[in-house]
Design a binder for this molecule. Structure first.
Ligand code: NAP
Length: 276
């Protein structure tokens, strides 16, 4: 049972939320909370095995959920996804651009394909999905877009040129679309999570053996706890729920006057490393 006690029951009743990458990790945590607060949640990503299992869990918990297969790199598939949701649900109140890809790769050897793939998922995907939902949100008098960014580009992160460049683009896009689409009542914000040990991030952040980059996620639980105490001012790793709470806040009336914001939700991690 998802604990919703920090929010009013039924806070998002009647809303339709589209969450890309909603079948796993942080995206699933966001979907779980939105569904528990009364929204119908549409989970969108490439793999049916992610989507079906996640939608079943949401329904078993009493939520309302459906799925749509999409590769966010493909603008035609993205348009078809939005048409399907519009056809089935009649509206889209919230888009969460959460789908992303990432892996360590030294920039000097990064292949054009590897660069393209990550930039296309993280940045192009965010733009294609945002652009595709705009007509629906405009027609219904407004809506909310929340993109999941990161903090690694604030200080640079070795061997992640592709992802840091893409997420810096997501931040720029957030501010520009916020100003451009405010007259339509569409609020556009981003959340920059700190380290959250999802399955996906554990895979992405396994550095090459000879890179000298610490493999923090491979450490045993006790070592992970020590890392958090030393490196995260609030002394714990993040959870998908930390990010979900911020999405629900932005989706609620509390977010009415917030647009173009990039909310860092990281226990103070990046600030503590900024001068290191
Ligand atoms: P994750 O579980 O690997 O999530 C990535 C999701 O994106 C998956 O559900 C995947 O589903 C989907 N996806 C990948 N490529 C796609 C494509 N081409 N089209 C549609 N969907 C696609 O990892 P996560 O840790 O939860 O990350 C979620 C978000 O948080 C990402 O934006 C990530 O950059 C951000 N973030 C995470 C952390 C962290 O520490 N975990 C920190 C900062 C930012 P399919 O495989 O089914 O397509």
């Amino acid at each position: 049972m998802t604990d919703t006690s920090v929010f009013r029951a039924g806070l998002l009743d009647g809303q339709v939320a589209l969450v890309t990458g909603g079948g796993t990790g942080i995206g699933f945590g966001i979907a779980e909370l939105l569904a528990a607060l009364g929204a119908h949640v549409v989970l969108a990503s490439r793999k049916p095995e992610h989507l079906d299992a996640a939608a079943t869990k949401l329904r078993e918990a009493g939520g309302s959920a459906s799925t749509v297969a999409v590769d966010v790199r493909d603008p035609e598939r993205v348009k078809a996804m939005v048409e399907q949701v519009q056809h089935e649900r009649g509206r889209i109140d919230l888009l969460v651009n959460n789908a992303a890809g990432n892996f360590y790769a030294p920039s000097e050897a990064l292949t054009p394909n590897a660069w393209k793939s990550v930039v296309e998922i993280d940045l192009y995907g965010t733009f294609f999905c945002s652009q595709a939902v705009l007509p629906v949100m405009k027609a219904q008098g407004g809506g909310r877009i929340v993109s999941i960014s990161m903090t690694l580009h604030y200080r640079g992160w070795p061997q992640m040129a592709h992802a840091t460049a893409a997420k810096a683009g997501v931040d720029a896009l957030t501010r520009t679309l916020a100003v451009e689409w405010a007259p339509y009542g569409v609020r556009v914000n981003a959340i920059a999570p700190g380290p959250i040990p999802t399955e996906g991030v554990r895979k992405a952040f396994t550095p090459p053996a000879d890179s000298g980059i610490p493999d923090v996620f491979a450490a045993a639980d006790a070592a992970m706890a020590r890392y958090a105490q030393k490196s995260i001012p609030l002394q714990r790793w993040g959870t998908p729920r930390d990010i979900a709470n911020t999405v629900a806040f932005l989706a609620s009336p509390a977010g009415d006057w917030i647009t173009g914001a990039i909310l860092v939700v990281d226990g103070g991690e990046w600030l503590s490393k900024a001068g290191a």
